[in-house]
Design a protein around this ligand. Structure first.
Ligand code: ADP
Ligand code: MG
Length: 291
């Protein structure tokens, strides 16, 4: 490509839905060698759907009904999927009391006088429940790229609910293009390792960091920069904002949280990684001109 000016680059970017904050963001984008991407909402549509309900004892409708009643208090995309799935199955949901959400882990509270907790293995461990008897079933779901969440009722593990979040149609080609542009791609997600690896394998992602808490995403950025890597971080959530701010270039998906957009040097208005490919090409063409 022929060298172009920063103004031209910004204009072309804007036309393609790529908002570049300033010249510095563009220059840094040209030097990036490593891209960290959040899974949910960045690689995937971020609109999970309930796919499976497993009852360890008792019935599935009860497990799902209690889980969904609890999730009415949460705004997490996983919560919305569970509530919608329960309604689709014709369940009427109770209301939760003493509701509490634990970031990156899950939720707990009281539904119809019963103590209910829902979340990942770390959440169950924190509450003193073993997930051993359900791990084999959870692994079957995870191998399919599904997110499996454990449900505990009245002091024991009662079941599993699983959701699937489809990969965006444009993701696979965008990852291939980013590789062709010489970038290493790392997935960072709060989701389970097996689920994350199933998704990463489909996409040819180079490295997976699973089970990471929001502050760990920022640490990962800092760790790579300390090794001399030039890092772009792409994410959509409130959780991703600190990592976006710590990166050489923060890349926000406009479909995500406003705070992510505020922390970003580049915003992808179309909400998919095709914009990242475009941003990289524009940045390289522009830098060639400045040097
Ligand atoms: P991501 O990094 O993929 O956006 P989060 O950090 O938001 O994921 O959550 C990590 C994990 O914690 C989820 O995969 C899920 O197992 C559990 N979790 C978080 N919030 C909830 C919730 N409201 N209900 C059930 N599980 C949850
Ligand atoms: Mg997320």
């Amino acid at each position: 490509a022929t060298p172009i000016s920063i103004t031209t680059a910004a204009g072309r970017g804007a036309q393609a839905g790529v908002l570049i904050k300033d010249a510095e963001a563009l220059e840094r984008m040209a030097r990036v060698d490593t891209v960290i991407v959040d899974k949910t909402g960045t690689l995937t549509e971020g609109k999970p759907r309930l796919t499976d309900v497993v009852a360890l004892y008792g019935d599935e409708a009860e497990v799902l009904g209690l889980a969904a009643a609890l999730e009415r208090g949460s705004e997490h995309p996983l919560a919305e999927a569970i509530v919608a799935g329960a309604k689709d199955r014709g369940l009427s949901l109770g209301t939760a009391e003493d509701f509490e959400a634990v970031t990156g882990k899950g939720v707990h509270g009281t539904v119809s006088g019963r103590r209910v907790a829902l979340g990942n293995a770390a959440m169950m461990t924190d509450l003193g429940f073993s997930t051993d008897e359900a791990e084999a079933q959870a692994d079957i779901l995870r191998a399919d790229g599904k997110t499996a969440m454990f449900v505990a009722v009245d002091g024991k593990l009662a079941g599993i609910v699983a959701v699937a979040d489809p990969i965006k149609e444009t993701t696979e080609a965008a990852i291939r293009d980013l590789h062709a542009l010489g970038l290493t791609i790392i997935m960072a997600t709060g989701d389970n390792r097996r689920t994350a690896e199933a998704v990463a394998a489909k996409l040819g992602i180079d490295e997976v960091r699973a089970g990471v808490l929001p502050e760990d995403k920022q640490k990962l950025v800092e760790e790579l920069r300390a090794k001399g890597k030039s890092v772009a971080m792409a994410g959509d959530g409130v959780n991703d904002a600190p990592a976006l701010a710590a990166a050489d270039v923060g890349i926000a998906m406009s479909t995500g949280a406003d705070v992510a957009v505020e922390s970003a040097g580049i915003t992808l208005m179309r909400g998919d990684l095709v914009g990242l490919v475009r941003a990289r090409k524009l940045a390289v063409a522009t830098l060639r001109n400045i040097k």
